[in-house]
Design a binder for this molecule. Structure first.
Ligand SMILES: NC(=O)c1ccc[n+]([C@@H]2O[C@H](COP(=O)([O-])OP(=O)(O)OC[C@H]3O[C@@H](n4cnc5c(N)ncnc54)[C@H](O)[C@@H]3O)[C@@H](O)[C@H]2O)c1
Length: 252
């Protein structure tokens, strides 16, 4: 029905939040299998167990080139092929410029921008061998319109949007489409971690809600729907886009 029947997915950050929702929806839609790559062993084991026998888990840090190469090669072995890559692993960081440490800046860029490049680089030979495929990068509305005191996060997400456009151009001859999904606020551990520690979490959440025309936070499945569309033949003429799924904040 979705056009993803029989497809093999590699999903980074698949142990939680948006990545996990993509894995669940893909399997419900008839995907042959999903391989989750994540660096949190306990969450990964739990996610794989909850998804059933067509789900596999591989431990790896997406910012580490050797670990990525190993995890992607192992994914191809487990799945037999790779048709779709979803780069969902990501980290948030809130800091004013003068409070930004060199380490924090480097880590945000390494995970959110270098990670998708490393995973794409390792996966492309497998996508090509499958006759083509898709890469969907989970960017953010923060990559389209800025958020206060999030310079590293915003820059990393704007970077991954442009990485996707450049790769869409480069990989089109191989029948590989590359797109970004730019979520707004989504109810996941990453999002909750951004306001739960504030002095008045309820008031902070309300302020966040007010940024969105729809005045609410999304469920991870609402983002996963867009990811599956961009991973399916329903989007066969769509490549190099940044698709805002943000309840009306960036109006992109
Ligand atoms: N939740 C939101 O409001 C929101 C909004 C816009 C964009 N996003 C983006 O969506 C993506 C998914 O975020 P989420 O909200 O589902 O967060 P989440 O924290 O629920 O899930 C992220 C997953 O990525 C994994 N991960 C983090 N760093 C990793 C690394 N170096 N190597 C391997 N795995 C790693 C984590 O262990 C976790 O399982 C991120 O790229 C995030 O920036 C989220």
């Amino acid at each position: 029905m979705r056009g993803i029947e029989g497809k093999a997915f590699v999903i980074t950050g698949g142990a939680s939040g948006i990545g996990l929702a993509v894995a669940l929806l893909a399997l419900q839609g008839g995907a042959a299998g999903v391989c989750l790559i994540d660096h949190e062993p306990a969450a990964l084991a739990q996610a794989v167990q909850s998804l059933g026998r067509n789900a596999h888990g591989l431990l790896g840090d997406v910012a580490d080139a050797a670990q990525v190469a190993q995890a992607v090669a192992a994914s191809a072995l487990r799945l037999g092929r790779i048709d779709a890559v979803v780069n969902a692993a990501g980290v948030d960081h809130v800091a004013a410029l003068e409070a930004m440490t060199d380490e924090a800046w480097a880590r945000i860029l390494a995970v959110n921008l270098t990670g998708p490049m490393l995973v794409s680089r390792a996966a492309v030979p497998h996508l090509r061998a499958a006759g083509g495929g898709t890469i969907v990068n989970i960017a953010s509305g923060a990559g389209l319109a800025p958020l206060r005191e999030r310079s590293a996060y915003c820059a990393s997400k704007a970077g991954v949007i442009m990485l996707g456009k450049a790769l869409a151009m480069e990989l089109a001859p191989d029948n590989i489409r590359v797109n970004a999904v730019c979520p707004g606020a989504v109810d996941t551990p990453l999002f909750r971690g951004s306001y739960e520690h504030t002095v008045d979490p309820a008031a902070t959440l309300e302020t966040i809600r007010q940024r969105y025309a729809l005045q609410r936070v999304a469920r991870p499945e609402e983002i996963a729907e867009a990811v599956l569309y961009l991973s399916s033949p329903a989007s066969s003429y769509v490549t190099g886009t940044a698709h805002a799924v943000d309840g009306g904040r960036t109006f992109h």
